[in-house]
Design a protein around this ligand. Structure first.
Ligand SMILES: Cc1cc2nc3c(=O)[nH]c(=O)nc-3n(C[C@H](O)[C@H](O)[C@H](O)COP(=O)(O)OP(=O)(O)OC[C@H]3O[C@@H](n4cnc5c(N)ncnc54)[C@H](O)[C@@H]3O)c2cc1C
Ligand code: MET
Ligand SMILES: [Zn+2]
Length: 615
């Protein structure tokens, strides 16, 4: 007889949380290290669960993998820690309970934090130790990312015929992250060879029960559930779970009615919760039939059609000019609005507004964008970096932009905090620019990052950054290709300072289907030229440009003239190669960008006249 034979006959009860009971050692401790340093305590916890009624216990190895142990400098101890864990669980079980080797998921909400290759390597290393210590089965638990669970389950299934329990973690009732319905996920896990499929962690009995109502009883595999004790409260720097054991007794019966065969607990549960489950189901009789609730389908409203063509379409069809005028670093918008108005009068297509560029605080571009749109009837292009907002803040920001009708956005990773005024501030980077582009694309399909319906589709036109001021242009172009795959509609470049570089950029990108707005920023002075040349990574000014600026070092009027003349020659170089021009206003010197806008319009007019004249 083995675990699967038991499950065929009846409901089986598993243990509850291990981590929660080890909290007393401090939340910053590596709980798995205690297998080696406090073995008697681990044995004691296992015994308490068995005495409470658990017939299945899990090794204390949830995070005993290379990646998580490395956070404590214990990456070389994977073997020792896992080996000890199995031995301690067996010592406590004394043949009274099955011992499951537990392996926890690595990816949380952000796929790009760890590649699948690293997931595989890390998983294999832990798996082989657990198997060689002769566990009775495997518990793959707390997988937020379904792709990760599919990957590791396939590996485990090839390596062993022991029972495998595969647990996903819900995002919300009935769905995993990115919107995959739970029923579909469990069906796929069964097809991949899991013997028991189910849920653990993150949510308590309420969400799990409502989710299981939509899941049919599998044909071959068994259903399992390890709920958290409740939703956690954050108190005095710790997460506290509070729930009555009485409630666990009631919900255990409800789980049985949903066809669950293996019931245990996750975070916040204790031997008392497990005893409550055992009390609730004295004869362990399972149900074989249930009514499955149909998942309600969700209607997503189509995006409202915007009246104006996107900036990508503009740059495809005609000369278009966008100008950056950054929100001020000090309070007061008078000069900024004068500049914006002057640029509007010069007939630009959009005003681009940086998001705390160079990691230095500026008036929020969402506030400035709203004023520019409402008071001046201009089109704002809002830069969004991943530096200042976490995944929650970014989504709230996007919903806000949609609500305000600002649909032109530039998705950036963003300069790291250490380059700016507050080098000690956190750089969030929950997402990279690639992830942010994908997120905005998903919003355009009416879904949040996790796949929850937003109720409406957004209509964002997505720009992305192109930094050609790098040693290997081909690598930068590869990033553009990836950004296009993620959903970028067009690009804006960093400023370029040589005609040759503009031509090189054209040659390297002419195969791309997306338009590029070529960046041009007038130099304001000899000092500005020196700074750009010596201190901004990747920017090199020619000797000729630096000599021209140096020659008028003490003459601001002449410096402006020279800076504009240089910018105009760059515009000349870009004119026939790129329809989109992105002018960057230096230090709120909008007089300079206004003049360049006039220059471009005039050049365009002359070109058209010539075309008409010569046919
Ligand atoms: C048009 C434009 C507007 C910008 N606006 C802002 C703003 O409002 N606020 C702000 O904080 N910053 C802004 N920046 C700066 C920008 O965040 C950095 O220049 C960034 O490095 C490039 O853009 P990204 O953020 O999309 O980076 P990504 O393309 O996502 O690159 C992120 C990081 O990857 C690395 N990387 C990129 N390319 C390569 C390569 N070829 N080889 C090796 N490593 C590479 C770099 O470390 C880079 O920082 C802007 C840049 C541009 C081009
Ligand atoms: C963080 S979810 C998994 C927790 C693990 N089963 C433990 O109790 O420690
Ligand atoms: Zn948990």
């Amino acid at each position: 007889m083995g675990l699967l034979d038991d499950l065929k006959q009846r409901i089986v009860i598993a243990d509850g949380a291990m981590g929660t009971l080890l909290y007393a050692h401090g939340i910053d401790r590596c709980f798995e290290e205690l297998n080696v340093t406090k073995p008697e305590e681990i044995v004691h916890i296992h015994e308490a669960y068995i005495e409470a009624g658990a017939e299945v216990i899990q090794t204390n190895t949830y995070g005993a993998n290379y990646v998580k142990l490395a956070r404590y400098g214990l990456q070389d101890d994977v073997k020792e820690i896992n080996k000890a864990a199995v031995q301690l669980a067996k010592q406590a079980a004394k043949g009274r309970a099955y011992v499951l080797g537990t392996i926890g998921g690595l990816r949380s909400t952000n796929k790009s934090t760890i590649s699948l290759e690293e997931v595989k390597r890390t998983f294999r290393e832990q798996l082989y130790v657990l198997l060689s210590e002769n566990v009775d089965g495997l518990l793959l638990e707390t997988y937020y990312d379904f792709e990760e669970l599919q990957t590791v389950l396939s590996i485990a299934r090839k390596e062993t015929t022991l029972p495998i329990i595969a647990h996903v973690t819900l995002h919300d009732i009935g769905v995993l992250q990115h919107g995959m319905p739970l029923a579909e996920a469990l069906r796929q896990l069964e097809l991949l060879g899991a013997d028991v499929v189910g849920l653990n962690c993150h949510l308590g009995p309420y969400h799990m029960l409502r989710s299981l109502e939509e899941v049919p009883i599998p044909t071959r595999a068994f259903l399992s559930v390890y709920p958290n004790a409740s939703l956690p409260q954050y108190r005095d720097g710790r997460f506290i779970y509070e729930t009555s054991e009485q409630y666990f007794e009631e919900t255990a019966r409800a789980f049985r009615d949903q066809g669950v065969r293996l019931i245990g607990g996750c975070c916040g549960t204790t031997p008392k919760h497990i005893a409550a489950i055992a009390r609730a189901l004295p004869d362990r009789t399972p149900v074989y039939k249930k009514e499955v609730k149909q998942r309600h389908t969700i209607v997503v409203q189509e995006a409202e059609q915007t009246k104006q063509p996107s900036l990508a379409d503009l740059a495809r069809t005609r000369r278009s000019i966008i100008v950056e005028l950054d929100p001020p670093k000090k309070l007061g918008l008078t000069k900024f609005l004068e500049g914006a108005k002057a640029l509007k009068d010069a007939h630009i297509d959009a005003l681009t507004l940086a998001d705390n560029s160079l990691a230095t605080p500026r008036i929020s571009n969402i506030a400035v964008g709203t004023i520019v749109k409402q008071q001046l009837n201009m089109r704002p292009l809002i830069h969004i970096t991943c530096r200042d907002r976490n995944l929650i803040g970014l989504q709230s920001h996007l919903m806000g932009l949609h609500t305000l009708g600002m649909t032109d956005v530039l998705a950036l990773t963003g300069d790291p905090s250490k380059v700016g005024d507050f080098p000690g501030a956190t750089s969030v980077y929950d997402l990279s620019s690639f992830d942010l582009i994908s997120l905005i694309r998903q919003f355009n399909e009416g879904l949040s990052y996790s796949g929850k319906p937003l109720g409406q589709k957004t209509n964002f036109s997505i720009a992305a950054a192109f930094n050609p001021n790098v040693r290997h242009l081909d690598k930068a172009v590869k990033r553009l290709e990836k950004k296009i795959e993620c959903g970028a509609h067009y690009f804006l470049t960093q400023p370029l300072y040589s005609e040759k570089q503009i031509k090189d950029v054209y040659e390297a990108t002419k195969h791309l289907p997306t338009p590029i707005y070529i960046g041009i920023m007038p130099i304001t002075s000899a000092r500005n030229a020196d700074f750009l040349h010596h201190e901004v990574p990747g920017i090199t000014l020619s000797d000729d440009i630096r000599a021209r600026m140096a020659a008028c070092a003490n003459d601001p009027v002449q410096s402006t003239r020279e800076g504009l003349a240089i910018a105009k020659s760059l515009i000349d170089a870009a004119f026939d190669l790129f329809r989109g021009i992105y002018l960057i206003t230096p230090f709120l010197r909008y007089d300079m960008t206004v003049e360049l806008v006039h220059y471009i319009h005039e050049k365009e007019r002359l070109t058209k006249e010539r075309t008409v004249y010569y046919g």
